[in-house]
Write a protein that binds this ligand. Structure first.
Ligand code: BG6
Ligand code: MG
Length: 210
């Protein structure tokens, strides 16, 4: 066994909440008269915090906003995003993902979450994924978002494993950078990024990599 633990990103790896993030940001952008927000810009929002995402969206427009206006925009986006989340069910997790997590658990591999989302606990609860995790590290109480390794280092600490014995599974460039900065083996899932140690398109391939 190569790894003692696998640490997973959430949005875009275990569940496709990335599409809900996109729709909610798109709606906010349009309400502010920003028409150039598209899937390509959205790639830059992956793995970074809510406020950094907002700054990227606002940078497409010409207007300047106060800190309290920005706070209100972030809340508007999050309210819409959570409306999508509230409709999620365990069926939003594929059999491939669930089966792979079960397989890893049965092999004695520790499973951690490393997501900068403050909504991570709600998503895990909606989709009935909590039970697979030995440790959760999320955006609540986090100081630095990816590409800083903080979120993964906290997960490793909670799992009582060393980064060098652990792998991170990520769909965002910022997440791969964070994994490498933290000394983890970096697995890119559904992402072409040469800095990753390995790139996979098929989630169940994890069963062979470990
Ligand atoms: C990450 C997403 O998982 O969470 C980012 O990839 C998002 O796009 C970030 O900005 C923060 O999410 P939340 O749920 O706290 O707004
Ligand atoms: Mg992601």
């Amino acid at each position: 066994m190569k790894f003692s633990a696998l640490i997973f990103d959430l949005d875009g790896v275990l569940v496709h909440t990335d599409k809900f993030h996109y729709l909610a940001w798109k709606s906010l952008a349009e309400s502010l008269g920003i028409t150039t927000f598209d899937e390509k810009v959205n790639e830059r929002l992956k793995g970074v915090s809510r406020m950094t995402s907002l700054e990227i969206v606002l940078s497409l427009g010409k207007k300047e906003y106060s800190a309290s206006e920005k706070q209100a925009f972030a809340e508007t986006k999050n309210t819409l995003y959570r409306e999508y989340l509230s409709k999620m069910t365990p069926d939003d997790v594929t059999n491939e993902v669930r089966g792979t997590l079960r397989f890893l658990k049965a092999r004695g591999i520790k499973i951690g979450l490393g997501s900068v989302s403050k909504n991570a606990p709600y998503i895990l609860e909606r989709t009935d994924l909590e039970k697979y995790f030995d440790a959760v590290s999320d955006g609540n109480g986090l100081i630095n978002s990816k590409p800083d390794p903080e979120v993964f280092l906290k997960a490793a600490e909670r799992l009582a494993v060393s980064p060098k014995d652990s792998a991170v599974v990520e769909d965002a460039a910022a997440g791969i950078d964070a994994a490498i900065a933290g000394g983890f083996y970096a697995i890119a899932y559904n992402l072409q990024y040469a800095k990753a140690n390995i790139q996979i398109k098929d989630f169940s391939l994890l069963k062979q990599i470990i």
